[in-house]
Each structure stands twice: as C-alpha cells, then as structure tokens.
Ligand binder design. Structure first.
Ligand SMILES: *[C@@H]1O[C@H](CO)[C@@H](O)[C@H](O)[C@H]1NC(C)=O
Ligand SMILES: *[C@@H]1O[C@H](CO)[C@@H](O)[C@H](O)[C@H]1NC(C)=O
Ligand SMILES: *[C@@H]1O[C@H](CO)[C@@H](O)[C@H](O)[C@H]1NC(C)=O
Ligand SMILES: *[C@@H]1O[C@H](CO)[C@@H](O)[C@H](O)[C@H]1NC(C)=O
Length: 190
C-alpha cells in the first residue's frame, strides 16, 4: 500500500515536472508581439544626373549595362544600372527644408521585366537633433506603394539599432527626381 502511494506520488511529480517544462518551452517559442520601441519618419530627395544638371544632381549613374550609358537610365526597366547617391534628408516633404542629414549609398536595378531595385545606404546625421548613422539594406520593388527594407544597424544615437523601414515614393518627376518617405520602426533600442 505504502509502496503504491509512493509510486503514485512520484508519477504525479513527474507529470507536473514534464508539464511545467513543456509550458516553459511553449513560452519560449510563443509568437512575440511586434511593437516598435522607436519610430522616426524622414524624407530624402534624389536628383539624378541627366546630362544637364551637374550642379544640382545628388546622384549619378556609375554603372550601366553595355547597351546603355551613364547619362540616361537603360531600357528594360533600367536593368543593370547602378546609381550612387548623396541625398539630403529632411523632416518634411520639402526639398528646400533644412537638411538634417544625408542619405548615402547606392541602388541598382535588378530585374528586366519590372522596375525593382536593391538598396544599400546609410542615413548620416550630424545635426543638433541626431548624431550618428542608421544603416539600411534590402529589396525595393518600387512599383509597390509601400515596401519594407531592413534596418541592419546603427551608430551614435542609433547604436545597435535594428528594425524595419517602410518606404513609399512620395513624389517623382520623370527619371530625374524622386522623394522617398522613410518610416523607420526600430524593434531594438539601446
Ligand atoms: C538647380 O536648382 C535651382 C534651385 O532649385 C533651380 O533654380 C535650377 O533651375 C536648377 N538647375 C538645374 C540645371 O536643374
Ligand atoms: C545615352 O543613351 C541615350 C539613350 O539611348 C542616348 O539618347 C544618349 O545620346 C546617350 N548619351 C551618351 C552620352 O552616349
Ligand atoms: C558635424 O558638424 C559639426 C558642426 O557643424 C562639424 O564641426 C563636424 O565636422 C561635423 N562632422 C561631420 C562628421 O560631418
Ligand atoms: C508588392 O506588391 C505585390 C502585389 O501587390 C505583393 O504581392 C508583394 O508582397 C509586395 N512586395 C513587397 C516587398 O511589399
């Protein structure tokens, strides 16, 4: 009798232990709630060199496929063109607002059948409001109204920043000017 009680107590303890450890495992793999710890919205302005605006241009085609050149974006949805930029960043959508930093990097057109690009760039801040940089990378299917790219890191005020930036084309004029709205949501803040 005593033996039986002892065995059932042991069984109960075992079942409880197994139950609590599987609950812990379930907790570990529970879907995390996605809420940003910081949100910032900026605009940046890209003026592409077109043969006549060397003074105002903030971006230049630096590589082109053999069937194109570095003055005009190539046919077939600009496939193979690579553009380097140093664009002013503003807090609102006005090109003439004071710049709070520069968006510096490149984009390359990487599909023949549709307009789509790959972006790699940094926001470099040196204003009273922000100091440091935020680094971005990702695919930019630019015909989509919004597209998400990764925030892969940061320095200074943005030390170790990670998250997602939602891009939207706020305006464009032919192939010479475009303005992007960058809605940055950081999910890791220090
Ligand atoms: C350069 O920018 C200024 C000021 O926005 C504008 O008046 C001028 O027409 C532009 N020049 C060229 C060549 O685009
Ligand atoms: C570049 O290509 C465009 C379109 O094919 C052409 O009109 C233009 O003359 C070319 N420019 C140069 C400098 O070769
Ligand atoms: C940042 O701005 C300050 C003050 O205008 C200037 O002295 C400094 O050289 C700038 N630093 C960079 C990295 O541009
Ligand atoms: C772009 O839009 C298409 C069609 O609306 C959608 O299927 C796709 O997921 C979007 N891609 C991105 C990266 O947002």
């Amino acid at each position: 009798m005593r033996m039986r009680i002892a065995i059932s107590v042991m069984l109960v303890v075992l079942v409880l232990a197994a139950g609590s450890s599987s609950a812990a495992a379930a907790g570990k793999w529970r879907k995390r709630v996605h809420a940003p710890c910081k949100r910032l919205v900026f605009y940046f302005h890209d003026i592409l060199y077109n043969g006549h605006n060397a003074k105002n241009a903030t971006a230049a085609i630096v590589g082109s496929p053999n069937w194109g050149n570095r003055t005009i974006l190539a046919g077939q949805n600009h496939f193979g063109d690579m553009v380097v930029f140093d664009d002013p960043i503003t807090m609102d959508n006005n090109l003439h607002s004071p710049a709070v930093g520069r968006a510096q990097g490149f984009y390359l057109y990487d599909k023949k059948d549709i307009f789509t690009a790959w972006l790699g760039f940094s926001f470099v801040f040196n204003s009273t409001e922000h100091k440091g940089s935020i680094n971005f990378a990702g695919a930019d299917p630019l015909m989509n109204k919004t597209r998400d790219i990764s925030v892969i890191g940061g320095t200074g005020d943005f030390f170790m920043a990670r998250g997602v930036a939602t891009l939207s084309t706020d305006a464009f004029e032919g192939e010479v000017y475009f303005r992007l709205c960058v809605d940055i949501k950081l999910y890791e803040c220090w």
